[in-house]
Design a protein around this ligand. Structure first.
Ligand SMILES: Nc1nc2c([nH]c(=O)n2[C@H]2C[C@H](O)[C@@H](COP(=O)(O)OP(=O)(O)OP(=O)(O)O)O2)c(=O)[nH]1
Length: 136
């Protein structure tokens, strides 16, 4: 058994609009992997379930209200970043209340999965795009 790096649990969401486009958010300057395009979401805090963390993050980052029943598990990322190992369930959501807005000043883009290749993403996310292409 290797010592390994600590496991980091992050919950992320592919918000899908009626045209089959998916919301990507650009990581802001100053954060790790700044400039890369990611799925909205964030770290699961102690005592939280992934779904709860995601609902909280979607409200904080995008100002939308998501019902847990509208979060469907799609796939997950398991990626070693060296200093931590990311385990990231990816949910799909097609229904929410409110208008998506960049509450934290981040750039947002609605992108068809076939065009995601033109949006540089964190290495953990690259394999997830295939699942979205199959779905949408
Ligand atoms: N939300 C989200 N995070 C992702 C994705 N892909 C990916 O590698 N990550 C990583 C980036 C961060 O290390 C971590 C999410 O942390 P976070 O978004 O809650 O917190 P943060 O930006 O302040 O993270 P950090 O600067 O401290 O690394 O997961 C993704 O598609 N969405």
């Amino acid at each position: 058994m290797s010592g390994g790096s600590p496991l980091l649990l992050v919950a992320a969401c592919a918000l899908v609009d009626p045209d089959g486009r998916v919301l990507l958010a650009q990581r802001p300057p100053g954060k790790s992997m700044a400039g890369l395009w990611e799925f909205p979401g964030g770290k699961v805090e102690a005592g939280e379930r992934p779904e709860e963390a995601l609902i909280r993050e979607l409200a904080e980052e995008l100002g939308i209200d998501v019902n847990e029943a509208c979060l469907a598990p799609l796939t997950f990322a398991s990626h070693d970043y060296g200093n931590f190992h990311l385990l990231m369930p990816l949910f799909v959501c097609r229904r929410w209340r409110g208008e998506v807005s960049a509450r934290e000043g981040q750039e947002l883009a609605w992108v068809r999965p076939l065009r995601m290749g033109t949006y540089p993403m964190p290495p953990a996310d690259v394999p997830l795009v295939a699942a979205l292409r199959d779905l949408l």
